[in-house]
Structure formats: C-alpha cells, structure tokens
Design a protein around this ligand. Structure first.
Ligand code: F6R
Length: 607
C-alpha cells in the first residue's frame, strides 16, 4: 500500500530509484514519482498510472543527482492524478509518504490560514508544508522533523529530501513499515527489504516512532523521544533473484506453481518426518492451558483462519472465535485473561490486523502470528511466531501464502490437540503422514492446469458466478470467489452449499455458473444434493471433485475438474489450486491485468 524508497548514493540514483519502485509496484500502481536533489534544486518527475509512465517521463526528462526519493502510490486521499502523485514538494522540501495523516484537514486549514497554498488533494502535502515552514524559518532539517512528527496523527512512513542539504535524507515511521539499508558508501530507505534487494542485504528495521537521518557514511536513528538508538542490522534473506518472474507469464502463475515447493519448505519447519511428529517453535506459555482461540485476519488470510477453525475445534476441541480484522475491535470482543489470539497475514503489515493484534495485547491475550514476512511488524510483536516459508509473494492476489498458512495451521491444530490429550501419538503420526503427502497432491492438482485453461472460456463471459462448498470447503468457496472477482472483475460469491436454498438460489439461471467444491467424503452427498437443487433450476454446474466424486455426480455438469483423492485434512490445500487456476485462466481469457488488478494493492497498510 504505497511503496517508498530513498537513496543517498555515490552515483546517479534515478534509475535505481525506479528499479526499487518496480519491486514495490505490488504495493500500489495508481501513480509514481521521483525527486532528486541536484545543483541546489529539487528535481521532481511524476506520472499518473503505472510505473511505465514515469519511465517514459524520465526518458525525455531525467532527474539527475546522487540523492533522491521515490514513491509508488495506492490512492487514498485524492484521485490517481499527476498532481496527487508523490513526491509532494515545496520550494525547500520534497517527501514521499506511505500511510494516512488522519488530522490532515485540521493541519491543512491551519496552514492555509498562514497563507500556504496546496497543489494536491492529498493528506500528505500538509507534511511537506509543515516541515518546509520550519526549514524556511531557519531550523535544521532534523529539528524541523522533530517538531513536526508529534503533530501528525495516523500512520506514516516518510522519506524527506531537502533542497539545501544534498548529503542526507530523513526518514520516519509510525504505523507503516520503513527499513534502513546499509551499502558500500551508500545508505538507503525502503518500505521493505524487497525494495532494496539488489542494493543491499544489510537491513535495520525501524521501530514504531523512530526517525532517522541517512547519509553516505551511515544512519543515525532516534526513537520517538528523540534519543539516539541502535537498531540491529540483520542480513535480509531476500535476494533479487527470488523476485524474478522466470519463464512464467505472470507472478501469480509462478506463485501458484511454486506451491508444492513452498508448502514442503514450510512443513519442513513444523514436522519431523522421521519421527512423524509435529515440531513447533519454543513457546513460553502453556499451550495445553488454552481454552479459547480468537482468530483475526483479512481477505485470503481470513479464509485460511476459517479452515483452521474447523481443525482447532475438530482435533483439539477448543472453541474458536473468528473475525475479519476490520470489524474486530469495533464489536468490543470479550477477551478473557489468558486467551490465545491468533493472527494470520502474508505481509505482517496489514493495518487492520495489526490494530487488532495490539488490541488483543492490551487485553492480556497471548499473541500467536502466522506470517510470511518474518521481519514484519506482526512478527516482531508476536509471543509465538509461526512463519510460513512461501518466499516473496508479488502477485497482488494471494496464492502460495494461503496454502502455506494452511500447512502451518494444520500442524498447530494437531499439536494443540496432542498437548490437550485429544489426540494420541498414533493419531498425530497419521496427521503428519497426511501433511507430508500435501506437496505431491498439490503437484497432482497442478497437472490439471491445461484442462482448467481449456474450460476458462465457459466462465469468462459470465457476469456473476457462485461458488459452493461445505465444511472446510466453504471457506475455499469464498476464497475461489474472491480470487475470481479480484483478478477477472466478475462478480462472484462463495456460499455454504446448504445456505443456497435460503435465498441465493433465486439468482440461479443459465447465465450464472455455479462452481461446486465437493471432495468425496462424509459431506459429499449433502453437497451434491445442493448441487442438484441448482441443476434442477437450470443452473450450470462446474464440479470440482476427485475421480470417485466425478464418477458419481459429474454427469450433466457444464464441466468437471478432477483433483487427486486426498485425505480430508489436506483437501483445503489441494482444492485451493483449481480455484486459483480457474481465476487465473479466466482473467487471462478476459485480458485483465493479473498481477496488478485495478484498485487493489498488496500489503494494505491503511485502515
Ligand atoms: C486476496 C488478498 C487479500 C489479502 C488481505 C490480507 O487475494 O491477497 O485479501 O489476503 O489483504 O493481507 P495479509 O495476508 O498480508 O494480511
């Protein structure tokens, strides 16, 4: 959700700034801009739309200079136009911002009353003016920033350049992530280590309220009380190569196909294959004493949580509350002292989930986090950190992070059941055996890629699509619908299959394809009955099932997609593949922008 980068370099920075933006474009692509400091001037270039437009601008009108900042935007305040594009600047100061300044209206009124004029509709521009006022009054840039930061409410990661000071930039963070990168005679700021991957692997993660002055020779970091502080410099595991598309047409496609590997990679940290037992990281609380679990997440991660609710309740007999993070705090949830709150997130920076996490912390909950970015804010605030090892996920629609989340959650549920005495050692071994089969089953599911591609044209013309599932396949139905709507722009809804008859069945006609997720097993017959209710009303059904299920109920369907026969425990991982591939191929058939669908961004760092 907006990406920012800053370089204090030994040589020209504009190309490298753009390159950094390229690796952060998944955070937003409504506009992009750079500003360098050169010959006592702020040299600003901006363009609305994708980064490619900025590249064109820079081709004809370069931004020279060895120091600069840059931004890729996901619009919050103000339309995605060039005048609203960052960097925002005054005569003296230019800055880029990720987050929202909640009190911008009041600050803007105040600044306007003092005679300042604005050229954008953004919340960000007020910060440029506030800092500029201080600099124009003769204060040093550091003093200016020190004075202004306490005036800002909301969330921000900022990188600020100063016309008269070509040797340093100032960064600051509160609520939005910001890292400092240390190079050879160069220093960098970035929204994440990914942005800086080709420049450096030496990264310090700023803490909430920190601000920093970066110069060629290094960085001086201050905490929220303006005390100089050291933040540990770690070697980031992110390499530039891990974020290449390889031979795939889209990142999303690559990430779908990486699933057998990354799920295996993730499982290898949570199971001991020889002993066939679950191995969780050390924890300094009594897991066996957990009486209730509160799961909070957003979007796809929320659906992983819904699947996990089945597992926690079925295996461990522990009651689970689950909420979408944006609603959680506002219903004033009852959180009993000593409860376990579990947060699931790919990015670890989603503002709603992070706010819910902090709410739970304040209310005495133990915080467990399943997260793909081990250096993220959520990871750092966890009591129990359960990393997924999906690697960087660049496609805006989440795929491999989801199946890796499921792998971790299944292991956690099994372990909880074991320590609670609800599962015998032999049952634990059986669960582990099924988990070990997951990568091969994912491979078998991926083998149906061409069949799915071949039937995508049946779905592509639809205006509405329904997805049905029962039990753990109900969240999968919702995940399928989410994937389809976000990348193909077809309206889609996921329903519990038994719920159809309570209303949605009124929507059924020949123009509304219904995708039914029904692995054979105890819930199969019931789901098939619901499917027949749809067919009896002229509905066109695509059945996703295994050979046995298709044999039994596939006749008369518009199409069938065959999955390998798997144990119900790993079915949600396996059935994620066909819904991902279906959305992917429908989007390709429609010619939409698969990796950067309209209006969306990855890592949603605003509430
Ligand atoms: C959907 C998708 C989003 C994210 C959601 C949460 O494909 O990617 O729904 O799942 O924004 O993001 P994280 O998992 O980073 O907290």
């Amino acid at each position: 959700m907006c990406g920012i980068i800053g370089i204090v370099g030994k040589e020209a920075v504009s190309d490298r700034l753009v390159d950094g933006l390229k690796r952060m474009e998944y955070r937003g692509y409504d506009s992009a801009g750079v500003c360098t400091v050169h010959d006592g001037q702020l040299v600003r270039r901006r363009a609305e739309g994708k980064l490619a437009n900025l590249v064109q601008v820079l081709k004809s009108d370069d931004a020279p200079g060895n120091i600069g900042i840059a931004h890729t935007r996901w619009a919050t305040h103000g339309a995605p136009t060039t005048s609203n594009a960052h960097p925002h600047a005054t005569q003296e100061v230019a800055l880029v911002h990720n987050g929202i300044i909640e009190n911008f209206k009041q600050l803007r009124d105040e600044l306007t009353a003092r005679g300042r004029t604005f050229e954008s509709e953004t919340d960000t521009e007020v910060v440029a003016h506030l800092v500029s006022e201080q600099v124009e009054a003769g204060h040093s840039p550091a003093d200016a920033v020190k004075t202004v930061l306490p005036r800002l409410r909301g969330a921000f990661a900022l990188a600020i350049a100063f016309r008269q000071f070509p040797d340093f930039l100032i960064g600051a963070r509160l609520g939005s992530p910001l890292v400092v990168g240390y190079g050879d005679g160069e220093t960098y700021l970035g929204s994440d280590a990914l942005a800086l991957a080709p420049l450096t692997q030496q990264i310090a993660y700023l803490e909430e309220g920190d601000w920093v002055v970066i110069a060629r020779e290094g960085a001086q970091i201050f905490d929220k009380d303006n005390n100089p502080v050291e933040r540990e410099i770690t070697t980031s595991g992110v390499s530039a190569a891990s974020i290449e598309k390889g031979n795939y047409r889209h990142y999303m496609q690559k990430e779908i196909f990486e699933q057998p590997t990354v799920v295996a990679q993730t499982l290898s940290s949570y199971i001991r294959p020889l002993e066939q037992t679950v191995a969780l990281p050390q924890m300094d609380f009594d897991l066996a004493g957990v009486k209730r679990i509160t799961i909070v997440a957003c979007g796809t991660s929320y659906y992983a949580g819904m699947v996990a609710k089945y597992w926690f309740e079925t295996f461990a007999r522990v009651p689970v509350d689950i909420d979408v993070a944006s609603e959680f705090r506002y219903r004033d949830p009852v959180l009993e002292e000593g409860g376990l709150a579990l947060f699931i997130s790919q990015s670890g920076e989603t503002a709603d989930t992070l706010a819910a996490l902090r709410h739970c912390k304040e209310h005495g909950q133990t915080i467990a986090v399943v997260v793909n970015v081990p250096t993220s804010s959520m990871a750092r605030e966890a009591d129990l950190l359960l990393p997924t090892h999906a690697g960087p996920e660049i496609g805006v629609a989440s795929t491999k992070a989801f199946t890796c989340q499921l792998a971790v959650l299944a292991a956690l549920a099994a372990h909880l059941a074991l320590v609670k005495g609800k599962l015998s050692a032999e049952q634990e071994r059986e669960i582990v055996r099924h988990l070990i089969e997951a990568p091969a089953a994912l491979n078998a599911a991926l083998a149906h890629d061409e069949d799915i591609a071949a039937m995508a044209h049946l779905i592509a013309p639809a205006r509405d699509v329904l997805y049905l599932g029962r039990g753990p396949d109900y969240p999968l139905a919702m995940e399928g619908a989410l994937k389809l709507k976000e990348i193909s722009y077809i309206h889609a809804e996921g329903y519990a299959s038994g719920e159809m008859k309570h209303g949605p069945i009124a929507l059924i006609d020949e123009a509304v394809p219904v995708i039914v997720l029904a692995p054979s097993g105890p819930l199969f017959e019931k789901t098939v009955s619901n499917m027949q209710e749809v067919r009896a009303r002229g509905g066109k059904v695509v059945l996703i099932s295994d050979a046995e299920g298709i044999e039994e109920a596939g006749e008369g369907c518009l199409a069938t997609i065959e999955m390998p026969s798997v144990h119900p425990l790993i079915a949600p991982l396996v059935y994620a593949v066909p819904v991902q591939l279906l959305a992917y191929h429908v989007a390709c058939a429609k010619g939409t922008d698969v990796d950067q669908p309209r209006n969306l961004a990855k890592s949603v760092t605003v509430e």
